[in-house]
Design a protein around this ligand. Structure first.
Ligand code: SAM
Ligand code: DTB
Ligand code: SF4
Length: 319
């Protein structure tokens, strides 16, 4: 109760209104991914019933973005099952980014690792956010993914930041991690040179055929605790109640909103799995006295990390 109270207080100081950001998600290249993330239905390492698709046409993506805007989404995120973008497809992704921006939406992409040049090109095309998750603690990461390292993820995130693109970075709960791993993930995020402007907290969607299909359920209140901690540690960031809402009841989602979640994925589908229904979501927000955000609000420009506050004020900085 103390944690919820504190988190809600921090939330109300940073965000005055009761607005929830609606972000729509679309898979622009599905399946056949060379990485072996144990949670992911799109990895080529797992036997999944999933139809792989090459990069889809920009026109189809823009039609979907328009439909998402008409439903009330202010942000459109495009996801690709790549280790990193390839030279043949990348120009078409830039075209999609320009198209989404021209619709007046915030545009986000998640395409795997990036080099400096790719990050710069996406910035020039108008990309607002890049999503690249750390997923879990550094220690637990090796048990979940073997084809890349935690440091690889951090390096891409630094390139995104240096290119002037806002960072969307969070994780997944329910990967068999301990409470300590969740705390460490949040510490990694909150101790970045700047807080990610957007922090997606996913609940594992257990997909048949993935190594984590039978992972133990977590206590739903531990999920709420993680949301509350994210809010307290990163006051001005958008904390997104991301994958996993399909399996959450309304009361649990309400508790997450109270704890400081102020963004959701909105639309029938996530990337390959079902999301909560659009009508249900709009009704839920109305029942809770929450409003869909009408226009993208800029998060505060400079967010000082707890570490920097401690250093500046001459206090002991934890190791
Ligand atoms: N391939 C790119 C990458 O990994 O960065 C972009 C797409 S990937 C699907 C984006 C994120 O989705 C992952 O980092 C992971 O956090 C999340 N994700 C994937 N499968 C999930 C699942 N079954 N449940 C919850 N989150 C999942
Ligand atoms: C994020 O943190 N969650 C989204 C997004 N970033 C791109 C993806 C969730 C994927 C859930 C499983 C699926 O639909 O394939
Ligand atoms: Fe590939 Fe991303 Fe899925 Fe990992 S999470 S298998 S990198 S699509």
């Amino acid at each position: 109760m103390d944690l919820l109270y504190r988190a809600h207080k921090v939330h109300r100081e940073a965000f005055v209104d009761h607005e929830i950001q609606l972000s729509s998600l679309m898979s622009i290249k599905t399946g056949g991914c060379p990485e072996d993330c144990a949670y992911c239905p799109q990895s080529a390492h797992h036997e999944i019933e999933l139809e792989n698709e090459r990069l889809i046409e920009p026109d189809r993506v823009l039609a979907e973005a328009k439909a998402a805007k008409a439903r009330g989404a202010t942000r459109f995120c495009m996801g690709a099952a790549w280790k990193s973008p390839n030279a043949r497809d990348f120009p078409r992704v830039l075209e999609m980014i320009r198209g989404v921006k021209d619709l007046g939406m915030e545009c986000c992409a998640t395409l795997g690792s990036l080099n400096e040049e790719q990050a710069r090109a996406m910035k020039d095309a108008g990309l607002s956010y890049y999503n690249h998750n750390l997923d879990t603690s550094r220690e637990h990461y090796g048990k979940i993914v073997s084809t890349r390292s935690y440091q690889d993820r951090l390096d891409t995130l630094a390139r995104v930041r240096d290119a002037g693109i806002k960072v969307c970075c969070g994780g997944i709960l329910g990967l068999g991690e301990a409470e300590q791993d969740r705390a460490k993930l949040l510490m990694e995020l909150a101790n970045m040179p700047r807080h990610p402007e957007s922090v997606p907290i996913n609940l594992l969607v257990k997909v048949k055929g993935t190594p984590l299909e039978d992972a133990d359920d977590i206590d739903p209140f531990d999920f709420v605790r993680a949301v509350a901690m994210a809010r307290i540690m990163m006051p001005k960031s958008y904390v997104r109640l991301s994958a996993g809402r399909h399996d959450m009841d309304d009361a649990l989602q309400a508790l997450c909103f109270f704890a400081g979640a102020n963004s959701i994925f909105f639309g029938e589908k996530l990337l390959t799995t079902a999301n909560a229904a659009v009508d249900h979501d709009l009704r839920l927000l109305a029942r809770l006295g929450l409003k869909p955000q009408v226009s993208a609000q800029e998060p505060a420009k400079e967010i000082e990390s707890e570490r920097s506050i401690l250093e500046r004020t001459g206090n002991a900085v934890p190791a």
